[in-house]
Each structure stands twice: as structure tokens, then as C-alpha cells.
Design a protein around this ligand. Structure first.
Ligand code: PLP
Length: 417
């Protein structure tokens, strides 16, 4: 097992070893690279605290993790091999020990965020259809629920392929077979022959989770080619821990790629999306012209600071699988504490029992709490139908206590009017 709980000292030693293994701009001859350590006037390399701050030390050393290291291994950029090995270990840890992939069967990299990871998936499948089936852009469509993140519209726009949002049931927020088949039939009539689909491992607004079997069954019934990506940008570090029966991991042969974001639930710094895809797919995103990059580039982003991969690796090793599971369980318990009160007060809501998001019917929520607690509406432009709460580590205890007592007081006053 790669994923274990480690002490602060052990983590620090491992990261410093990785930095030693890197070629460093201040101790090696690096003459041909358009990069350096961070500006020394702003980022003091000699600050005493850096001796105990492995993330910050990596950050100011500024190792470039350009490319996809699980794919290129020893053939990739060799200057920053030490920290790149931590990234390879991270991709294996997440894909194999959280998402149940067979050993060494997945490629991946740390992306700027969930948006890029989702678009990377669309890019790879579009290129696959073009290269292997001779597809034209206008013959490729992306099926996703209308609750999906807007990155699917953004990606379809950038790649000149057709976005095909499918309405969900207003109460269960789920995709139905009839709606999916209707959308696929409509798309076929528009000349779409090849499909890419997104299955949400929790939507942003509702915490709802799509059933990939329904998606696959709809495509099979319509006899069209399809590839399924799972967007776990929000739920990727929650759902696999709360639902052992999850169909949204690499045990499911229909799932080819997955997005996770460490800068959401894992509380890593921004710039820590994770893109994972089964082996033999990454090459569809190769830019053959990236000749000066050792091992070529297979990512959208290009250059990226290796400190972001190190930060995710460090957080996972700090908690270990058991610690992380306990963390998530405590968020689930706190979420249930809120839903118990909503039931008591007669406020209708949606919650997936495996997630820490609650969306309340807007008409039943006193406006004061929506402002005071900065709740998020499904629609800030028009009239909101839902207000959402995300139970996070910083909201546990006091914030939720105060929210509940305000809700009780204001709801009681409303009922007495
Ligand atoms: C489900 C889902 N997918 C994708 C994204 C995009 O992630 P990012 O903002 O990291 O690009 C988000 C962000 O909220 C999300 O919730």
C-alpha cells in the first residue's frame, strides 16, 4: 500500500529527499531552461522556517512538472525527477487505492483544476473519434445532466463539439432513461454519430450523483459509440469513502477517466485538480510539435509548479486512509444533524445520503439566513428555487450550531405570523 498515515517528520524527510533528487536552479548548472527559482526579493530562500516547511520550500524551488509522468517515466523531463516521482506515486495512490484501478493501469497528472481535467477528457475522446473513426467535430456530442458543471459547455465550445444537456427530474435530480434516449435520438437527427458522456460524482449545486449504468444502457439501446468520463471534482474525495458500492470508479469498465479536485474537499491550495485516465488513452492528447519538452506534452496546461502535486501527496500522507475516512464521516454526521432539523421544521430539501451538500427549497428558507450564512442559490440572476449548504470542516460545530438556532428562531417567527 502506498497510502499510509505518516508523521510530519517522515513526510518532511521524503519531500526534502525528492528535492535533493531534483536538479535545483541554485545548486546545479541549468543553462537551457526558460525558468528559475522564484524571485529572491519576494521569496526569501534563506528564511529559517523553510527548513520545516516542505511545501513552501518546493514552491519556491519551482520545479516544473510539465508533461504526464506516469506515461513518460524515465523518458520525461529529468531535471525534476525527485518531485515528479511523488506525483507518480500520488496518481497511483488515488487511482488504485481510492478508485480501485488495477496496478499501473492509469495515467494522470495534477491539473490546474476540475475545469481543465474535464476538458482534457473531452479533448482526448474528441481526438480519439477523429483519429480512429474519421469523425468530424460536428458529428461528436457531449451528453451531460443539466446539473453538471459549466466546464462541459466551456469544453464543448473550445473543442467545437456539440453540448447536449439532458434535463433531470426536479425532485430526485437524476437522469432518466427516457430523457436520455430522447436526447440521443434528437442528436442523431442533427447528424451526431459519436458520443462522450459525463457522469457526475456529485454535482456542484445538489451533491447528486449520476448512475453510469443508465447512461451506458441508453447508448447501448441507441446503438451508438460512447465514452464515459466521471466528474468527481467535488465528490472525488468524499463519495468513494461514503459509498463502498460506488459505480463511479475504475472497477466499472464503462468509466474511462475521472476528475478529482484536491482544492475542494481535501483542502489543498488552488491549482490541484487531478486528471486520471486508463492507460493507452493519454496519447490522443499528445502535441507532436512539443519537441523541446523531453517526453513531449500530453496536457492542456504545459508548465506547472510541482509543489501542487507535493501538497496533495502530503495531505493524503498526513491523514492516512483511516484518518481521512473518519474526517469524512464526521462531515456526514454533521450534515445529518442539519437535515434532522430541516425535517423537524418542515423545510423540504434534497440530499444524497452519501454527500455533504443540502439544497433547500428556496420558498421555505427565511431570507435572513441566506444572507448571513452566504448560502448559494441555483440562480442568482432570476428567482432562486434552491439554496445550498455545503458542510465543510470550517463549518462543523459553531457555524452549524448558529445556523440551526437562527433557522429555528426565524422559522418559528414566520410560522407564528
Ligand atoms: C462538479 C464540479 N466540476 C468541475 C468544477 C470545476 O472545478 P475548478 O473550479 O477547480 O476548475 C467544479 C467546481 O466547483 C465542480 O463542482
Amino acid at each position: 500500500m502506498l497510502w499510509k498515515k505518516h508523521t510530519k517528520q517522515e513526510i518532511q524527510t521524503r519531500v526534502f529527499q525528492a528535492l535533493e533528487e531534483n536538479r535545483n536552479y541554485d545548486s546545479d548548472y541549468i543553462l537551457g531552461i526558460p525558468g528559475s527559482y522564484l524571485d529572491t526579493e519576494q521569496f526569501h530562500r534563506d528564511a529559517d522556517f523553510l527548513a520545516n516547511a516542505p511545501y513552501l520550500k518546493t514552491f519556491i524551488n519551482n520545479p516544473n512538472h510539465i508533461g504526464c509522468h506516469t506515461l513518460t517515466g524515465a523518458d520525461g523531463e529529468d531535471l525534476f525527477r525527485g518531485t515528479q516521482k511523488l506525483e507518480i506515486e500520488l496518481i497511483q495512490m488515488v487511482s488504485e487505492e481510492i478508485l480501485h484501478a488495477p496496478k499501473n493501469s492509469v495515467d494522470g497528472y495534477v491539473a490546474p483544476g476540475g475545469t481543465e481535467a474535464n476538458i482534457q477528457a473531452l479533448w482526448i475522446y474528441r481526438n480519439f473519434y477523429q483519429k480512429e473513426q474519421g469523425a468530424k467535430n460536428e458529428e461528436i456530442g457531449v451528453i451531460f445532466s443539466s446539473d453538471s458543471h459549466y466546464s462541459f459547455y466551456k469544453g464543448a465550445n473550445l473543442l467545437s463539439i456539440k453540448p447536449l444537456p439532458v434535463k433531470v427530474d426536479a425532485d430526485t435530480r437524476s437522469l432518466g432513461m427516457a430523457g436520455l434516449r430522447e436526447k440521443i435520438q434528437e442528436a442523431k437527427q442533427m447528424g451526431i454519430k459519436y458520443f462522450i458522456a459525463n457522469a457526475n460524482m456529485s454535482t456542484t449545486m445538489f451533491g447528486s450523483v449520476d448512475d453510469p449504468d443508465i447512461l451506458a444502457a441508453a447508448f447501448e439501446a441507441e446503438k451508438v459509440p460512447y465514452k464515459i468520463h466521471a466528474d468527481g471534482a467535488f465528490g472525488g474525495f468524499i463519495y468513494p469513502f461514503t459509498n463502498p458500492e460506488s459505480k463511479l470508479d475504475f472497477r466499472n469498465p464503462n468509466i474511462t477517466s475521472i476528475t478529482l479536485d484536491a482544492h475542494k474537499m481535501l483542502m489543498a491550495p488552488y491549482g490541484t485538480g487531478i486528471f486520471l485516465i486508463r492507460k493507452d488513452w493519454m496519447h490522443y492528447a499528445a502535441t507532436a510539435e512539443a519537441q523541446y519538452v523531453q517526453g513531449l506534452d500530453y496536457t492542456m496546461v504545459g508548465s506547472r509548479n510541482g509543489a501542487q502535486a507535493v501538497s496533495i501527496w502530503m495531505i493524503l500522507q498526513t491523514h492516512g486512509p483511516r484518518g481521512w475516512r473518519e474526517n469524512i464521516q464526521s462531515l456526514m454526521d454533521e450534515t445529518s444533524r442539519v437535515t434532522d432539523v430541516l425535517e423537524e421544521l418542515g423545510i423540504p430539501y434534497y440530499r444524497n445520503p452519501h454527500m455533504n451538500i443540502i439544497s433547500m427549497h428556496a420558498s421555505a428558507v427565511p431570507p435572513e439566513v441566506t444572507q448571513k450564512y452566504r448560502l448559494v442559490a441555483d440562480d442568482f440572476e432570476g428567482v432562486p428555487k434552491w439554496w445550498k449548504i455545503v458542510v465543510m470542516p470550517h463549518t462543523k460545530g459553531k457555524v452549524i450550531d448558529n445556523f440551526i438556532s437562527d433557522l429555528r428562531r426565524l422559522k418559528g417567527a414566520l410560522n407564528n405570523q
